[in-house]
Ligand binder design. Structure first.
Ligand SMILES: Cc1cc2nc3c(=O)[nH]c(=O)nc-3n(C[C@H](O)[C@H](O)[C@H](O)COP(=O)(O)OP(=O)(O)OC[C@H]3O[C@@H](n4cnc5c(N)ncnc54)[C@H](O)[C@@H]3O)c2cc1C
Ligand code: SF4
Length: 329
């Protein structure tokens, strides 16, 4: 770990000023940034602590109502507080479930909404500075493509990177057409679909967040049928493990027919993977296993497995079929 300056920000403006220096980083719960600094993967020279901002502006760490029936999740709200908020549990069960199925109780008590969607891949080569990795060291190569790639992505990959996006929460947010509110030189809103980037030729650029921009909240829009939603996560261990495959689904069901659907996949994409293809198959059909299987085939039609992860194609299909079956019951 290199030496760095630590700044505790008193308000948003001073946080933005402090983070405007090159190679500075915000720190919230620190549950992933500190790990990566210890591994020498992240090397910020200034670390700006934003946990103190909520003393000035409590909404940054709170869940609050939005006009029109949505909910605003403060970027500094802890994963556990959002997961157990009665409004989130009642109106957006998939968000609550995605949080409770992530990490451990202790981590969820420290980790924040903003930090969660900005966490970096768990690709073991990315975390090992002795191996080539285009994401960590652009142009050095991708050790995973010819290496051990059992946990890697099958959707959205490029010849430069096949790393999976690790966040559970982000998959639920992708299904809901969420918006990320940020503050920089000017406030702006980023539709969640545009927030994370595919690796393409530049896997080191992971989001459309500009250097020094602070996430202030994640806004959940009112989705009339989000009450009928589910996040299903399949992993090697029943707890404390990242997804091998996951599905975030919501359905608008009227008399056995599907009038609206939201589908996103986790554990298989280089970014949280919204599947408009699966949604198009579902809408207007009867909620049957055959319909769900057709939707799953559509969602995985573009899958490109590598040596060790072909099993994920069928696993993701079965995960989606099970999630749709459970949510439609
Ligand atoms: C052992 C372990 C298991 C885990 N398992 C899972 C799992 O199963 N599923 C899952 O989804 N996650 C899992 N995680 C990841 C965990 O959820 C993240 O570490 C956590 O959500 C990050 O939040 P944080 O507040 O601690 O972020 P930090 O570590 O403080 O920051 C992470 C990144 O976000 C930036 N950042 C933070 N807040 C802001 C902001 N408001 N604006 C702009 N930039 C910001 C920081 O600069 C940094 O780059 C696991 C982590 C560990 C250590
Ligand atoms: S998959 Fe991506 S993160 Fe992993 S080694 Fe290749 S370039 Fe690096």
């Amino acid at each position: 770990m290199i030496s760095f300056d630590y700044i505790s920000a008193a308000d948003v403006e001073s946080a933005l000023r402090a983070a405007s220096t090159p190679s500075s980083k915000f720190i919230a719960g620190g549950t992933t940034l500190i790990d990566l600094m210890k591994l020498d993967v992240e090397r910020p020279t200034t670390v700006v602590d934003v946990t103190t901002l909520a003393r000035r502006d409590a909404s940054l760490a709170a869940v609050s109502e939005l006009p029109g029936g949505g909910l605003r999740l403060g970027a500094l709200a802890h994963m556990s507080d959002v997961a157990w908020d009665p409004r989130v549990r009642d109106r957006y069960p998939l968000v609550s479930q995605s949080l409770l199925l992530a990490a451990s109780g202790q981590l969820r008590n420290m980790a924040t909404m903003g930090g969660n969607i900005l966490q970096r891949t768990r690709c073991s080569y990315f975390r090992d500075t002795a191996t080539p990795c285009n994401k960590r060291d652009p142009g050095s190569g991708c050790s995973a493509i010819g290496g051990f790639n059992r946990t890697h992505a099958i959707l959205g990959t490029s010849e430069h990177c096949i790393a999976t996006h690790p966040s559970d929460l982000a998959v639920a947010l992708a299904a809901l057409d969420t918006t990320v509110q940020v503050r920089g030189t000017a406030p702006r809103s980023i539709p969640f679909a545009d927030f994370h980037l595919l690796p393409g030729a530049h896997p080191e650029v992971e989001t459309t967040l500009r250097p020094g921009e602070l996430i202030t909240s994640i806004d959940l829009p009112a989705v009339s049928f989000a009450k009928r939603s589910l996040y299903l996560k399949v992993r090697d261990r029943a707890s404390y493990a990242f997804a091998l495959a996951a599905a975030a689904v919501a359905v608008d069901l009227q008399g056995g027919a599907i009038r609206g659907a939201r589908v996103a996949l986790g554990g298989v994409g280089t970014k949280p993977w919204r599947s408009h293809e699966a949604e198009a198959v579902l809408v207007g059909k009867r909620a049957t296993e055959a319909t769900f299987r057709a939707a799953a085939n559509a969602a995985l039609a573009g899958a490109r497995p590598h040596k060790d992860n072909a099993f994920k194609v069928e696993l993701a299909k079965r995960t989606l079929v099970r999630a749709l079956t459970e949510v439609s019951a």
